[in-house]
Design a binder for this molecule. Sequence first.
Ligand code: FES
Ligand SMILES: [Fe+2]
Length: 411
Amino acid sequence: MLSREDNERLTRVGPGTPMGELMRRYWVPVVFSHQIPKPDCPPVRAKLLGENLVAFRDTSGKPGLVAEACPHRLASLFYGRNEEGGLRCVYHGIKFDRDGNCMDVPCIAPGTTTETQINAIKRQMRINAYPCEERGGVVFAYMGPPELKPAFPDLEWVRVDDDQRYATRHIQECNWLQGLEGGFDATHLTFLHGGAAEPSRKFVPSLYEVVPTDFGFVVGTARDLGGPVFHWNINVMLMPFHKIISSVPHAAHMWMPIDDENTMLYSIDFKPEGSGPFTEEELERSRAYNGIHTENIPGTDHAVRNKSNDYMIDRELQASGESFTGMKGLGIQDCGIQESMGPVVNRQGEHLLVGDTAIVKIRDLLLKTLRDMEDGKPLPGLDPRTHRVRSTRYEAPKDTPFKFDRASIDA
Ligand code: FES
Ligand SMILES: [Fe+2]
């Protein structure tokens, strides 16, 4: 059980909230590069951390991210004209560049306002803009205090060539923490994803370890399959909402909060450097939507199988035992069940069990990180040198303690 106050601290992400301020200390995903495919293409809406924003690519080809509301009389810049190095509001023609500078105020009639006054108006008329970096097929932004901007994260899936990555995203209609908790909840694999699950997943873990690290934390779960060893599954959480998944092919998630009640879940398959591009056969497997990727309604970030159609649950399939849920695909199973808990789950109503040990430890660690931020202490995962980590699986004698050893990684 989590107190109401702690639940609020962990889940609210708008400006000025503790978790919102924490997430604003990191680079966050905005849109895929292909959503703003060329210079001066139409802008796209991007709601991030409760802020209504518009992403665009200017004439130079560089991405920009500005507030959606034009500072003149707050019309939406989504309808704006993206032309000649800036975004022009279609209400009265005022134009802004990707740094937020007002470039032109054509709605002032000549002779009514002096040049000096116009320059003063332009200085006042700035629009909120966030710096962007485009890497790995994704536009990222930094929304925090400029003086605290960290170096760009050194994520493996970002670093690999474009043909070594397959990435999709879809909207989950629930708070980001429900997604992250589901991502590190090893117990549910046996049930929610049960049926055609790989054999080791049919065993509920016996041990749950969560260890804080310099990039976030690692979650280790040990399964007892009956022999002399534990089967360990180690998953990496990189601050503030990345998961590197211990799967083949390698995969990653980002639970990017749209606002308190909606999350953009990015799902990425990738092949490590030097292992060549994805084959057509491998891509076909991802596009069959049985794994983490979801089939979306064309042109949207909404899954075809969604809340409004009960995720197209197949009760016969569920009854057959072939699928525990009767829902198609791991991604839809996760999304469906996490949305079913409500937009922001009230964790005071929970009755936690030993299988929720990792979840409790993760909450404690996130709350501690919030306190550290408020106390001005250093935060994990801001130094790109800490990002070169992978999740893994291994077997070890049952008395081997679980630990994370940075020194042995760097050696
Ligand atoms: S509201 Fe945008 S120019 Fe007037
Ligand atoms: Fe899952």
